[in-house]
Write a protein that binds this ligand. Structure first.
Ligand SMILES: *Cc1c(COP(=O)(O)O)cnc(C)c1O
Length: 233
């Protein structure tokens, strides 16, 4: 199967999940997670109709971005050190992994330099896993309130990276919890804040995520094939 074939198949599975759950397929965007994959794979996916791409490693992204000739929309989805935010400035449409105020403030500062607003998502650590980033459900409201006061940052929703489960059905309660948190936050009606995106679901469990309200599914392996192990950087 080619990359374009994989994308077509995933789109069909997203549409089927939308039908099962009474959603419109247009509400759900496929984000192709291209970390570790070469620019040529990204151009091949773009030729197959794929526009949005997610990257996880700042240095790799900074080197790769100029090698990609297609006019793609970049999203940053990986854990992010504050001192590396400047390398993303002006290059990404959305940052999914904002989990602390110091990071949001640095994003605000960098995008303020180019006087352009940036869409962000707040990452929630639902399984309370120590190895994963993300704010806790309890601290989420304070983080959202603080972010809503930053002039160049627009909170657009929530993101989660739940614990891996052999059976995707076991992840469903986490997706439901993220949806509930987003409804609760939307009720606060915070300035410059819209809870219109839920970034959840990966190769292994994106159909369940779509059934539970995902608007952005982050799919890597099922599009580009397996990745070699890589240390974060
Ligand atoms: C790598 C990654 C993905 C994609 O995972 P696959 O299982 O390859 O689909 C999604 N989200 C994040 C945050 C990632 O780092």
């Amino acid at each position: 199967m080619s990359i374009a074939d994989n994308i077509a198949e995933i789109r069909e599975r997203i549409e089927a999940a939308c039908q099962r759950s009474g959603r419109e397929a247009e509400e759900v965007h496929l984000l192709a997670v291209s970390k570790v994959k070469p620019a040529t794979d990204i151009d091949a996916a773009f030729a197959g109709g794929q526009v949005r791409f997610g990257e996880s490693y700042v240095q790799e992204f900074a080197e790769k971005v100029d090698q990609v000739s297609s006019p793609v929309e970049w999203h940053f989805i990986g854990s992010l050190q504050t001192n590396k935010v400047k390398y993303l400035r002006g290059k990404v449409a959305m940052i999914h992994s904002v989990d602390r105020l110091s990071l949001a403030k640095e994003i605000d500062k960098q995008w303020g330099k180019i006087e352009t607003p940036i869409d962000i998502l707040l990452q929630v650590n639902l399984g309370e896993e120590e190895t994963k980033s993300g704010t806790t459900a309890e601290e989420l409201e304070v983080l959202a309130r603080d972010c809503s006061a930053l002039p160049w940052v627009r909170v657009r929703g929530l993101m989660c990276l739940p614990p891996w489960e052999a059976d995707p059905e076991d992840v469903r309660p986490h997706f439901q919890q993220l949806k509930e948190l987003s409804i609760r936050l939307a009720d606060l009606d915070l300035p410059q804040t819209r809870m219109d995106h839920l970034s959840m679901g990966m190769s292994h469990d994106f159909e369940v995520a779509v059934e539970e309200g995902a608007t952005l599914v982050r799919v890597g392996t099922a599009i580009f094939g397996a990745r070699p192990p890589k240390v974060a950087g």
